[in-house]
Design a protein around this ligand. Structure first.
Ligand SMILES: [Zn+2]
Length: 63
């Protein structure tokens, strides 16, 4: 018989929006938009993602 003393693990992980690395939820950098939440392993990935989304916005306007 297997018991599960911690059905909701405190060390839950999510993957970084940019590099897909698994990171503890408690250590993730979190960005919240109006209808969107993104997680990042660090500020480096956050700025990479931010630059990328700004480029996408510019491309959307052109088309
Ligand atoms: Zn990352």
């Amino acid at each position: 018989m297997t018991t599960h003393p911690h059905p909701l693990p405190e060390n839950a992980t999510i993957s970084c929006e940019v590099c897909q690395k698994e990171i503890p939820l408690s250590e993730a950098n979190r960005f919240e938009a109006e209808d969107y939440v993104a997680h990042f392993c660090g500020l480096e990935c956050f700025s990479t993602w931010k630059q990328r989304s700004e480029v996408q916005k510019r491309q959307d306007k052109k088309s």
